[in-house]
Design a protein around this ligand. Structure first.
Ligand SMILES: Cc1ncc(COP(=O)(O)O)c(C=O)c1O
Length: 311
């Protein structure tokens, strides 16, 4: 048992997370010609099942669940649902996944949901309008009751609650501890990882968030997450909204080609929904001269592709 584990959740430490995650410098002329260094913060190597920001967000919640059923929410391809299901299997915790889209209940499961089910997650499909209102106490109570999980420990969509944001502060602390990182950049869905990263970086480091959803709402979300987690704003962070490629899970042939080329150049698998958009954004920003010469830019590799590419 590690010092972080409670007697009720003794096995988290036995999952042997690779922490701090490796920070690797790569030679990339698109950065070098602007006098920049590119570092990859390999959170994708923390754990094969609780990959990337999933470990940082879920571990504190799994401790807090103290053995209760964990219920959470996600879309049909949610990385977060898969990670929660894996955690349930590894820790022997029952899990329930509330999935957006009642219509999916009558179709064969896609590979992502099939993995959730294979890991023992009970899937509960709800219509989109109920799903949108899941944050309202009455809707949530009715949802928990109909899912047969009234006493469950509830983790929000994307896993971003205060415990998760504080868990992600460790990412910033690791980067600050390394020294010399001028900008740490992360792809954003709910903004929880950025909220924690910016807080953990402390003075001297700046955090950049690249939203993968359209909408321009994320700044307010990050502020609200920091208020809830830390009692007020933390860190020096900004967003660049130009790299969502049409929205969540949207891509273009150009983005796919960029990601495949990055994989070739640097020998790591590039997750397409988030990480590819982040890396693309960083290359554009470097080219635009957005970073001062001499800056070390750390890109956080928050996930790995699913399904994993054939070896
Ligand atoms: C691979 C990957 N990167 C980044 C994110 C974005 O994290 P957040 O929702 O905390 O902004 C997610 C979503 O959780 C993700 O699955």
């Amino acid at each position: 048992m590690t010092s972080h584990d409670t007697p009720e959740a003794p096995v988290l430490g036995s999952l042997r997370p690779r922490l701090p995650s490796p920070l690797l410098e790569v030679a990339d002329e698109r950065f070098a010609r602007r006098g920049l260094r590119l570092l990859l913060k390999r959170d994708d190597l923390i754990h094969p099942d609780l990959v990337g920001n999933k470990w940082r967000k879920l571990a504190p919640n799994l401790r807090a669940a103290e053995g209760r059923t964990v219920l959470t929410f996600g879309g049909a391809y949610s990385n977060h649902l898969r990670a929660t299901a894996s955690a349930g299997r590894l820790l022997g915790l029952p899990t329930v996944g509330v999935v957006r889209g009642q219509e999916l209940a009558d179709r064969p499961l896609n590979p992502s949901l099939a993995r959730c089910a294979a890991d023992g997650m009970r899937l509960h499909f709800v219509d989109r309008s109920t799903y949108r209102r899941k944050g309202e106490p009455d809707t949530l109570a009715a949802l928990l009751a109909s899912a047969g999980a009234a006493d469950a420990y509830v983790v929000p969509e994307g896993g971003s609650n205060s415990l998760a944001v504080r868990g992600c502060a460790a990412l910033g602390e690791e980067l600050a501890g390394h020294g010399g990182v001028g900008v740490a950049a992360v792809a954003c869905g709910t903004g929880g990882t950025l909220a924690g990263l910016a807080a953990g970086l402390g003075p001297g480091g700046r955090a950049l968030g690249v939203p993968v959803l359209r909408g321009g709402f994320l700044g307010a979300e990050v502020r609200a997450l920091q208020d809830a987690a830390f009692g007020g704003p933390r860190g020096d962070w900004w967003l660049d909204d130009r790299f969502h490629f049409g929205g969540y899970a949207r891509t273009t042939p150009g983005l796919d080609a960029f990601a495949a080329d990055f994989e070739q150049r640097h020998g790591l698998p590039v997750e397409r929904l988030y990480v590819a958009k982040l890396l693309y954004g960083l290359v554009v920003l470097a080219d635009e001269g957005a970073f001062e010469r001499g800056t070390a830019v750390a890109a956080v590799v928050t996930g790995s592709p699913f399904p994993a590419p054939a070896p």
